[in-house]
Design a protein around this ligand. Sequence first.
Ligand code: KG4
Length: 334
Amino acid sequence: MLTLGIESSCDDTAAAVLLDDTQLLSNIISSQHDIHARFGGVVPELASRRHLESVEPIVAEALHQAGAKLADIDLIAVTQGPGLIGSLLVGFCYAKALSFVSGIPYIGVDHMSGHLLSVFLEENTPDFPYIALIVSGGTTSIFLCEGIAQFKLLGRTRDDAAGEAFDKVAKLLDLGYPGGPLVSKRAAEGNPDTYTFPRAWLEKDSFDFSFSGLKTAVLNQYNKEKVKNKLPINDICASFQHAVVEILVAKTVKAALHHKVNTVVLGGGVSANSHLRHIMADECNKHSLRLFVPQPKFCTDNGAMIAMAGYLYYKNAQATPDYEADVFSRSLLG
Ligand code: KG4
């Protein structure tokens, strides 16, 4: 069975073709960093206009690289939400129209379930149940995953997502956009023990996160340091990154131990962060937990994970396409 996956929830237009759940035949991503970089963040109106220009050629390229024609496709999987409404509408309406004229069924996918199931794009896959930390520019959440479409939200950020905090710190330090990889690069040259930035542990048994206080602490430190001749950017980045990573890892491991689950999965753009991967691997090892981390190309937004989630959902419970369906801005998974 061939699934065409289409993703346009934020600032990447992406499409992929997946054979069953076993072989990824193509995975095309068109990034919009060039148009958003000068604003230091995604401008929703510009994002949807660029999706409009890109969606058709990106889908055509995904089909071409897979050696397939539209008529060969058995299922169209498309991100229905959460995300920027204007961006979502482009991919979703395109997929519905494609489905309507071709008679190929389509399925709307919650972007979050794409991240939760992206690990199945790898050769080495986990068994259920597992604890998943999904950490991106739009979300920071911990889920207990007990099966396909059986996801229980254990905790999530009460303010900024971790990736958003990376992007805002990068903007403050004038490093560029998107901030995560740039902060991470500078952090590799810095000392994480230079500043003790606050960690918001919240209530004793809470799996929720909060990053707004940390962001303000970085701003205050920056204001103190900028009167000096040389701003210690690398040390600020390293200390900030370590504070984020420490709390992400501690809460994820605690969730696994609390729910007596021996497998941890990472997903979302921030899980491309090497410090997070490294510390998570160490801690999981310490507690005899198995860790599964998809390759960075499957962590950031991509069409392959939407194809995989759509395929798995469809196999689980085939539904008739609903052409009246609309996009949604908040995840339905909690
Ligand atoms: O999942 P994603 O591609 O898009 C959504 O937000 O849905 O994640 C993008 C986020 C951005 O905030 C970006 O700065 C962050 O992931 N990111 C990173 C790294 N690579 C991407 N954050 C920290 N370290 C990285 N290496």
